[in-house]
Design a protein around this ligand. Structure first.
Ligand code: ATP
Ligand code: MG
Length: 138
């Protein structure tokens, strides 16, 4: 099924000049960039984005990290885009990520893990309009 998913290149990876390398991995796996921009979230915006994690012990630290510097947000489209992106990213904790995944190659630790991808159609439905209007998704 053709799906859309929200992907973020997180501040750690943007800071290491990895934007092109990371987008290339998605494109080489048949995903298409439908929308893309570089922004910087405020702490409040990061808290809103990760509201599902509000009761987790890492919520404050995670939202500090996600608002510490610029990020690249994009909508990727393709066959089974949601699960495909999760597979290309690898496990949340880079110590458990498979060889050849983005997190295995570029994540620093379980928090500073280079990329985000929506984990379900419901998440994508919340996350895509958080950053993009209909007119920006092509
Ligand atoms: P993401 O939602 O960013 O794609 P994920 O779905 O693999 O990652 P989640 O469980 O949704 O992982 O956690 C969201 C983010 O919170 C992680 O990507 C990571 O940056 C951070 N995080 C998750 N678990 C921990 C933890 N135990 N300690 C610190 N940070 C964590
Ligand atoms: Mg998640």
């Amino acid at each position: 099924m053709i799906e859309k998913t929200l992907v973020i290149i997180k501040p750690d990876a943007v800071g290491k000049n990895l934007i092109g390398e990371i987008i290339a991995r998605f494109e080489k796996n048949g995903l298409r960039v439908a929308a893309l921009k570089k922004i910087k979230m405020s702490k409040e915006e990061a808290k809103g984005f990760y509201i599902v994690h509000k009761d987790r012990p890492f919520y404050d630290s995670l939202t500090d990290f996600m608002s510490e510097g610029p990020i690249v947000v994009m909508v990727l489209e393709g066959d089974d885009a949601i699960s495909k992106v999760r597979k290309i990213m690898g496990a949340t904790n880079p110590a458990q990520a498979e060889e050849g995944t983005i997190r295995k190659d570029f994540a620093e630790n379980i928090e500073r893990n280079a990329v985000h991808g929506s984990d379900s159609p419901q998440s994508a439905q919340y996350e895509i309009p958080y950053f993009f209007s209909t007119l920006e998704i092509l």
